[in-house]
Design a binder for this molecule. Structure first.
Ligand code: SF4
Ligand code: SF4
Ligand code: SF4
Length: 251
């Protein structure tokens, strides 16, 4: 499996949020209004204007001392993306896969979809919609930079080496090497995403202790009745348009 991948080594993350800011800056995304909820994490979650958020979780460590787990969260660029599976059926062409990198990319055609269907299909709860317009957005893998030989903005900015990016096979090797290096200090160290994603994390504990959606399977979501009805309605609309088109040609 070729293409690119990220390796995010959370053992080196100090939660400076440089990656989060760099993402905003490169993508020219505005700040969003936030409020203090008793956590250093800010903003509280991903949103249409925030493709990357560094999540903070406090746990009890050895000797009952508190420890922080930091989790730079972003789209995993799944090799077989469940969001695309959903997008293909409700808004064909709205989600594409970049042939050079494997990046999963959203475009305007996705507006035909119900945003909640696309978000609901993502096992990592990543894509977000703009309320007014229905546009959806998420991490782009900075393909504009990568196609020009540059690192993604978040990787370029990370001062500690927690964020890494390169050929997928190289990132797998680096991830396995780092796990071996830290396993004596962190016996619960583990890697996520090596089989089916383009973002791998090195964690020192159970993924759920970092974030509810830190790790998941990428199997497509089962279809419920409402979604099935919406898909039928979209198909019927398309058929009506095609009928109009054929009638015009004939007449
Ligand atoms: Fe943001 Fe680019 Fe990093 Fe994705 S790859 S999180 S778009 S900076
Ligand atoms: Fe799609 Fe979610 Fe996978 Fe990103 S992480 S490619 S949004 S299913
Ligand atoms: Fe962590 Fe690096 Fe992001 Fe800082 S820039 S929060 S060290 S991943």
């Amino acid at each position: 499996m070729s293409g690119k991948a990220f390796f995010i080594d959370t053992t080196l993350c100090m939660a400076c949020r440089g990656c989060q800011i760099a993402c905003k800056q490169w993508n020219q995304l505005p700040a969003t209004k936030t409020e203090n909820r008793g956590s250093y994490q800010n903003p509280q979650d991903l949103n249409f204007y925030t493709y990357k958020v560094v999540r903070f979780q406090e746990h009890e460590g050895p000797d009952n001392k508190p420890v922080w787990y930091f989790f730079p969260d972003q789209c995993r660029h799944c090799v077989v993306p469940p969001c695309k599976d959903m997008g293909d059926s409700v808004a064909p062409g709205g989600i594409t896969i970049d042939s050079k990198t494997g990046a999963v990319l959203y475009n305007d055609k996705l507006r035909k979809a119900n945003p909640e269907d696309i978000r609901g299909a993502c096992p990592f709860d990543i894509p977000r919609a703009e309320k007014k317009t229905g546009y959806m957005a998420k991490c782009t893998m900075c393909v504009d930079r990568v196609h020009n030989g540059l690192l993604p903005a978040c990787v370029k900015t990370c001062p500690t080496g927690a964020m890494n990016f390169g050929d997928r096979e190289e990132m797998i090797k680096l991830a396995k090497k780092r796990k071996q290096e830290v396993i004596s200090k962190y016996p619960n160290a583990r890697l996520t995403g090596l089989d089916d994603l383009r973002v791998f994390y090195l964690l020192i504990d159970e993924p759920a202790k970092y974030h509810l959606y830190a790790d998941a399977k990428t199997t497509p979501m089962p279809m419920d009745r409402n979604l099935a009805l919406r898909k039928i309605a979209i198909s019927l609309k398309e058929l009506a348009k095609e009928r109009l088109f054929i009638n015009r040609l004939a007449g």
